[in-house]
Design a protein around this ligand. Structure first.
Ligand code: NAG
Ligand code: NAG
Ligand code: NAG
Ligand code: NAG
Ligand code: NAG
Ligand code: NAG
Ligand code: NAG
Length: 489
């Protein structure tokens, strides 16, 4: 008979594994440079071979779930007819009439791994005409399909039918045998409340994200957006991007719900790259800084040839130059009734006299896919006094910031969607950021303020807010506060 102590320990073990803690797991994301091939079959089969080899490599690193990017099997094509296939809904079947699905299913079984891929999906409408979707498919370890998701927010994809702005897709979430519930969506979707925020409302703690994301500086860079998403929505994010450095496609990563970057990858050298990291699930009581201290590991990128173009309609924005000779800067900039206030601490003696930083506010439309009603607050670096020179990736500055706080007066309404954005000259986000939401103006928890570490080579730091209903300005309601603090390790 078991002693009471043994029983109690057993109870604790069960409670700890099932009830409170989620186990850590090993994730792989793959940045794919697609193989082109002579014809559709050759192209997809070339890429399938590349997938299977990568899955085998990932198994050696004990990966439990692997994510491949949007268009990774087919490339982006004008006419999907020769690439699109029928994809069953999740179920237990492991026998597929399509050869590509069979290969992927077999790889999932042989390597005992969840496999997330993106495909062109074909469906017949009532008149037997073909409709094409941009679809994520997840295979479980038994080789069956465990989730399927159709892209909602299509972008420059005239042949693709959207799943519908209000589409809710319960079959797009899945719970793994390692106890984690995942949601999934695709590329441009990350900018929108549905599905990017709404998916996290259904017990989803982790997201698998496929993208063919063209980076645009300063506000729409792949890695900044991915990092900002994880941070703002408090979910772990596994993000796989397509690789085409000449077109500015690239930047993948594995991010923690507290903004930790477990690993990320961006390079100016074309190629396929598997990155692997252990996703650690912080305990609720774990202080934020425990993970954040790990900062950005690994890869020193070779970035000269990564062609991230600039999208910055500076003539529409409201700017104010900041005086870097003052170490403590408290300033506000408004456009119409939309205001951004900044609290900035500059490290003394770090400023090169030619350094120029401006704070800016913008409320309007963004032509990256025509997002209506965007509000942006940011601190940006500039080459010279002309605002056209701001936000470029080649601005060189020596100024170090001990801390930056950005606050906005975005009203707190339903379907509001806010992403923090930051970018340095290394094309990665700044370290150790913390985003807080509050309706009180007094939320300035001193434990998040800086000690003695600085960030340099800053290109942009701020917020992007999308969506929601436009309501009257209300100066007392205050939602976003973005803290930036640094610790040396
Ligand atoms: C798979 O097997 C089931 C059960 O044997 C069968 O009903 C189904 O038609 C098969 N599907 C395909 C695509 O072969
Ligand atoms: C629909 O069209 C396809 C391709 O043209 C054809 O093979 C199939 O038999 C048609 N199905 C029906 C129900 O008409
Ligand atoms: C979330 O999980 C709880 C507890 O397991 C369950 O009762 C609830 O139905 C789930 N909600 C959804 C939307 O799946
Ligand atoms: C970089 O991208 C821009 C915009 O997409 C394009 O116009 C330009 O030709 C590209 N440059 C190179 C060297 O490919
Ligand atoms: C910037 O701040 C310094 C220190 O407070 C002050 O001496 C200087 O006049 C300011 N420059 C401008 C242009 O306001
Ligand atoms: C300051 O900037 C100028 C112009 O960019 C540069 O030539 C100079 O080397 C910089 N000084 C330092 C100390 O970095
Ligand atoms: C700026 O930061 C430094 C280093 O953390 C600190 O010593 C100093 O007091 C801060 N200055 C202001 C005005 O907050």
């Amino acid at each position: 008979m078991m002693s009471f102590t043994k029983l109690f320990l057993l109870y604790l073990a069960i409670v700890c594994t099932v009830g409170f803690t989620k186990a850590d797991y090993v994730a792989g994301v793959v940045e794919i440079e697609t193989i082109t091939g002579q014809n559709p079959n050759e192209r997809v089969e070339g890429n399938l071979q590349q997938y299977v080899e990568t899955i085998e490599k990932a198994r050696d690193k004990e990966v439990q779930i692997i994510v491949f990017p949007e268009y990774g099997l087919t490339g982006k094509v004008e006419s999907p007819s020769q690439y699109a296939i029928e994809i069953p809904y999740p179920g237990s079947a492991t026998n597929f009439s399509n050869f590509w699905l069979t290969v992927l299913s077999n790889a999932a079984v042989a390597n005992q791994m969840y496999v997330v891929v993106n495909l062109y999906e074909q469906e017949r409408d009532k008149s037997n005409n073909s409709i094409y979707y941009n679809t994520n498919v997840v295979f479980g370890k038994a080789g069956n399909i465990v989730a399927k998701y159709r892209k909602i927010n299509v972008y420059n994809e005239p042949a693709i039918t959207s799943a519908g702005k209000n589409s809710i897709q319960p079959q797009s979430t899945f719970t793994t045998d390692f106890g984690v519930t995942f949601g999934t969506f695709i590329s441009y979707d990350i900018n929108f409340y549905n599905p990017a925020k709404s998916v996290t409302l259904n017990n989803v703690t982790d997201v698998v994200y496929t993208a063919a994301w063209k980076s645009r500086v300063p506000f729409y860079h792949s890695i900044s957006t991915q990092h900002g998403y994880a941070l703002a929505n408090k979910v772990n994010l596994l993000a796989a991007n397509l690789n085409n450095v000449k077109e500015g496609l690239g930047g993948s990563g594995i991010y923690g719900a507290d903004g930790t970057i477990f690993d990320s990858y961006i390079s100016g050298v074309p190629g396929t790259k598997l990155i692997v990291a252990t996703v650690k699930n912080a305990q609720p009581e774990t202080p934020f800084t425990t993970f954040a201290l790990k900062a950005i590991p690994g890869h020193v990128p070779t970035l000269a040839d990564f062609n991230a173009s600039k999208y910055f309609e500076s003539h529409k924005y409201e700017f104010r130059k900041i005086n870097l000779s003052r170490s403590a800067i408290k300033e506000e900039v408004c456009q119409k009734y939309f205001c951004c206030s900044f609290n900035i601490n500059v490290t003394e003696n770090s400023v090169n006299n030619s350094d120029i930083f401006k704070i800016m506010a913008y409320k309007g439309e963004v032509r990256v896919g025509e997002i209506k009603d965007v509000r942006i607050c940011a601190l940006v670096s500039c080459e010279n006094d002309d605002v056209k020179s701001c936000g470029g990736r080649n601005v060189k500055t020596t100024t170090k910031f001990n801390s930056i706080t950005v606050e906005t007066n975005i009203p707190d309404y339903p379907h509001q969607y806010v992403l923090p954005i930051s970018l340095t000259g290394e094309m990665v986000p700044v370290r150790n950021t913390k985003m807080e939401s509050s309706v009180k103006k007094s939320v300035r928890n001193s434990k998040y303020w800086a000690t003695d570490v600085q960030q340099e080579n800053l290109i942009a730091f701020g917020f992007i807010a999308n969506g929601g209903v436009v309501v009257a300005f209300n100066n007392i309601l205050l939602v976003g506060i973005l803290y930036i603090t640094y610790w040396f390790v």
